[in-house]
Design a protein around this ligand. Structure first.
Ligand code: SAH
Ligand code: SF4
Length: 347
């Protein structure tokens, strides 16, 4: 099969073999890239028209007990400036976000022991009672089934937990030995079972990644069938073991966004901040390749510059209001509009 036939197969059946996916990823030329882009954009327009959902990202904490080799917040990074937001600060972010039109709050952070179930459930239920029309998304890493259940019962609607790579050997090269792909996958299946709208995903161009491991990522996503999927380029952080590695390719990230759109037509697919960091027009390009979500930052300005997963992160100096204005203009410039719906997954 040639690449156009593989693309058409994915479009009509929603999948392809590992060999076909890896071959396509490795050899897609510029005209095939454009064919794929058009099909993915059309799929996204068919389901969402030109609407782009916004999620207000609140970066709770830069403390992390984990030591993922790629991440600037890893515990071994002694140069990282650590902060955490308390309940009042988080509610204040939600308050300003609500006035700006946000109806989803994403609470993301390093794995910080301060946020016990008790503390987190209290925060989530308070947000849900103050803003009953809003969705709360959590992205707090791996927790126990009991913990995920308690948070869900407190009102959390969605959970983002990227699988990072679906290949066991690759996973081991990105994480210290106490972390495992099996546990990561287990968490994802548990989250789905509990009833969360669940998001998986991975970085493009992480060290040791191959076209085969990326094909495995796509097939894992097909199997998990998540409601959300986060994909962005790997970008090195200067104080990590991967400081001297190359950034992931923007073009390959766009190919993967388009493939995910064809494989999971209704998935909520952000044009990520990492994509916007790797390329000044990255988020616009992401949307034109099938993405339908953007996640502006609602974190307090004084802590923005301390939540650094990677170097040169954009928008660390901006107020939330400026971010949303800038993104609205960017989306308008390519014929899309930001909407304030909750933007839940629908079949
Ligand atoms: N601690 C939580 C949430 C914060 S990290 C967790 O790990 O799930 C959120 C995401 O940032 C990670 O899933 C990872 O895919 C991404 N990330 C971390 N370091 C990165 C880097 N150097 N470049 C690009 N993305 C990165
Ligand atoms: Fe911690 Fe998440 Fe960074 Fe890993 S990726 S070190 S879990 S913040």
């Amino acid at each position: 099969m040639n690449n156009i036939e593989i693309i058409e197969k994915i479009e009509s059946t929603g999948t392809a073999s590992k060999q076909e996916l890896a071959f396509l990823l490795e050899t897609i030329n510029d005209s095939e890239f454009e064919v794929l882009r058009k099909k993915a954009q059309k799929k996204s327009l068919d389901h969402f028209s030109n609407k782009i959902y916004i999620r207000g990202l609140i970066e709770l904490s830069s403390y992390c007990k984990n030591d993922c080799l790629y991440c600037g917040l890893r515990r071994s990074n002694k140069s990282a400036v650590r902060y955490r937001l308390n309940k009042e600060q988080i509610l204040s972010c939600c308050n300003s976000g609500y006035s700006l039109g946000f109806r989803t709050f994403v609470l993301q952070g390093g794995e910080d022991g301060y946020y016990t179930d008790e503390v987190m459930c209290d925060i989530v239920s308070e947000i849900k009672s103050l803003y009953p029309d809003c969705a709360v998304t959590l992205s707090l890493g791996e927790r126990t089934e009991e913990s995920y259940r308690r948070l869900f019962e407190s009102g959390a609607d969605r959970y983002l937990l990227r699988h990072e790579t679906a290949n066991e050997e690759h996973y081991k090269k990105l994480h210290p030995s106490e972390m495992s792909l099996a546990n990561r996958k287990n968490c994802l299946y548990t989250l789905r079972k509990i009833g969360y709208q669940t998001g998986a995903g991975f970085m493009v161009g992480s060290p040791y990644q191959t076209y085969e491991t990326l094909a495995e990522d796509l097939l894992f996503l097909k199997d998990l069938n998540p409601q959300m999927c986060g994909i962005g380029p790997f970008i090195p952080h200067k104080d990590t073991p991967f400081a001297n590695e190359k950034s992931g390719s923007v073009r390959l990230t766009l190919v993967l966004l388009s493939l995910v759109r064809l494989m999971l037509p209704k998935v909520l697919l952000p044009a990520t901040t990492a994509l916007g960091t790797a390329d000044g027009q990255g988020r616009e390009k992401g949307v034109l390749h099938g993405a339908n979500v953007v996640m502006p930052n609602l974190s307090p300005t004084e802590h923005r510059a301390d939540y650094l997963l990677y170097d040169n992160k954009i928008c660390t100096g901006d107020e939330a209001a400026e971010c949303i204005k800038c993104l609205s203009n960017r989306m308008k410039s390519i014929g899309y509009k930001i909407v304030t719906d909750r933007g839940d997954y629908s079949e």
